[in-house]
Ligand binder design. Structure first.
Ligand SMILES: C[S@@+](CC[C@H](N)C(=O)[O-])C[C@H]1O[C@@H](n2cnc3c(N)ncnc32)[C@H](O)[C@@H]1O
Length: 208
């Protein structure tokens, strides 16, 4: 595992026990988006960076979910939410930049909400290539990202929050995830949608 991911894992091991409390102000917003983003997801699904499992209850019965995270602490919190899920859930400790335990082309969907904003830019192409490899041809993906807004007032608030967000979550507003997705030849971006102002971006696409 890279030193960056060792650092991230250590961070999330510490924050896992109070993560939901810390994230509550944001989660009030996110919980409106999660069901919308997941309602038509079906088949064999890989969720990378499952965190404390806020997405689990929104997958439909038709889903067979494998959900991974770097941090066993976060997975421990997610485990408490498995009983809320309507689908079969398999939680595994794994690094999204190395999915060698999974064969090529086995998933219909991959989902990641707020993982790529945490992942250093250097590692993002690795994770995206792995995501592409494990997707079936035509398999689909959805990622939610956070971005610096171009609106001065919002951007100023984000700048104020940025040191806290990076210290606690390892997240940054200036990651280049959409560029990284577009740089992977086997992935096609089919739609991008701002979920709130120009600060939260849903990236949708498929494996060619
Ligand atoms: C900000 S939290 C988001 C959690 C969850 N997806 C949500 O929507 O609430 C980011 C999560 O991504 C995980 N993560 C970061 N890098 C990862 C990687 N390379 N592989 C797997 N999980 C990773 C962290 O451990 C953390 O649980």
């Amino acid at each position: 595992m890279t030193h960056e991911n060792q650092g991230l894992r250590a961070k999330y091991q510490k924050t896992s026990w109070f993560y939901d409390l810390l994230d509550y102000p944001w989660e009030r917003q996110y919980r409106k988006w999660r069901p919308e983003i997941l309602k038509d997801v079906n088949g064999w699904v890989l969720e990378a960076g499952v965190g404390t499992g806020h997405n689990l209850r929104h997958y439909s019965q038709s889903v067979n979910l494998t959900a991974i995270d770097l941090s066993s602490g976060m997975l421990g919190q997610a485990r408490k939410r498995v009983r809320e899920a309507q689908c079969r859930v398999d939680l595994q400790e794994a690094d999204a930049t190395n999915l060698s335990r999974f064969a090529d082309g086995i998933f219909d969907w991959t989902i990641s909400t707020f993982m790529y904003c945490v992942m250093p830019d250097r590692l993002q192409p690795l994770a995206l290539k792995e995501m592409s490899r494990v997707l079936k041809p035509g398999g689909r993906f959805r990622l939610i990202e956070i971005l610096y807004s171009k609106k001065p007032a919002l951007r100023a608030r984000q700048k104020l929050l940025a040191p806290f967000v990076e210290f606690v979550y390892g997240a940054r507003f200036d990651r280049k995830t959409l560029d990284h997705v577009r740089s992977i030849q086997s992935l096609k971006v089919t739609r991008t949608t701002y979920l709130k102002a120009d600060a939260y971006l849903l990236i949708e696409g498929q494996r060619i």
